[in-house]
Design a protein around this ligand. Sequence first.
Ligand SMILES: NC(=O)C1=CN([C@@H]2O[C@H](COP(=O)(O)OP(=O)(O)OC[C@H]3O[C@@H](n4cnc5c(N)ncnc54)[C@H](OP(=O)(O)O)[C@@H]3O)[C@@H](O)[C@H]2O)C=CC1
Ligand SMILES: CC(=O)N[C@@H](CCC(=O)OP(=O)(O)O)C(=O)O
Length: 346
Amino acid sequence: MIKVGILGATGYVGAELTRLLSQHSEVEVMFLDSRSYASMAYSKVYSNFKNIVEDQCTSVNLEEDLENIDVLFCALPHGLSQKAVKKIMEKGKKVVDLSADFRIKSVATYEKWYGVEHEAVEALEKAVYGLSEVYGHEIAEADLVANPGCYPTSVLLPLYPLLKEKIISPDAVIIDAKSGVSGAGRTPGDGNLFAQCNENLKAYGIGTHRHTPEIEQELSIAAGEEITVQFTPHLIPMTRGILSTIYAPNKKAVNQQEIKEVYKAYYHHQPFIRLLEDNEYPQTKGVYASNYCDIGLKIDPRTNNIIIVSAIDNLVKGAAGQAVQNMNLMFGLPQEKGLQQPPIWP
Ligand SMILES: NC(=O)C1=CN([C@@H]2O[C@H](COP(=O)(O)OP(=O)(O)OC[C@H]3O[C@@H](n4cnc5c(N)ncnc54)[C@H](OP(=O)(O)O)[C@@H]3O)[C@@H](O)[C@H]2O)C=CC1
Ligand SMILES: CC(=O)N[C@@H](CCC(=O)OP(=O)(O)O)C(=O)O
């Protein structure tokens, strides 16, 4: 059995990790860390876990309480994660970090976009970007995996093969993405109050959203040149899900079948990527509560653009599910282990 601990277990991502890991046949959850609910039964924090997870939350001391675990999932807010991960790495433990603290390879870029100093540069240098379908071999060898952001996952999976094969122009990629409110986490804020989200749709962070450098970093690696993208996220009144609609010029003048062949070449052996049929487009309900990423596309001959649509569940493929997939890779298990629940509909 793989012995795991979860830091930030009472956040939305922590709860999703707990849900997935409590059903994983090769995993034993050793602790559920929480400051706010220390000593309270987890099922009192989240009543859906009644009779399923009755363990008490504990406020973990990173100096003393790590002896019995093989891997730690860190689901803390960014900025806090770097301090925790530094200590965990010093103890020689494997980590999957779900914050943004180890995703950006350039310290200067991280500090500029996140407005905090990076205090764990040594660990950052060892981090492997955890986009499972692209970096599977590196993840298998890693001690620290930086789990990708939710929006970046929805953008990188469909764009990576097209940039690698130079099918789209790298200088004119436009990403229009919409996320459910759980993307903002459980901590209450002005942006996630019911009366302000319900029956409302808004763009935010235009040109400034912190996922922009993460997307650009990975797309630049795929393209082999520096890429700047136009990324606009939107908050949409639903609980889970991200739908990204991406526009890019059809540089090589390929047809739809040729694009589909490229996707098949990259992803035919990847259980969580589902390429839809012609004239079918992804919907968030089609991936709800699952680790799938659905991809659909259309070439518009009038504009010469390729329009790609992707859907993921932000808490699963966009966070906890991909983290479990990465743990499976790190421990030599089939990557789909514990993640094969079908999406929920309706
Ligand atoms: N929500 C999403 O869709 C996604 C989130 N992420 C990332 O995963 C991490 C967790 O996100 P999410 O679960 O949504 O966030 P939440 O706000 O829901 O949870 C974070 C948890 O961290 C714990 N925590 C410990 N110290 C602090 C502190 N000083 N301030 C605030 N919380 C603290 C809290 O639990 P307690 O008080 O009990 O200790 C809190 O419940 C973040 O880094 C986030 O950016 C990544 C991908 C997608
Ligand atoms: C709807 C919403 O607010 N979404 C969050 C992104 C989700 C998230 O937690 O970001 P990471 O994946 O980088 O951790 C935001 O826009 O900041």
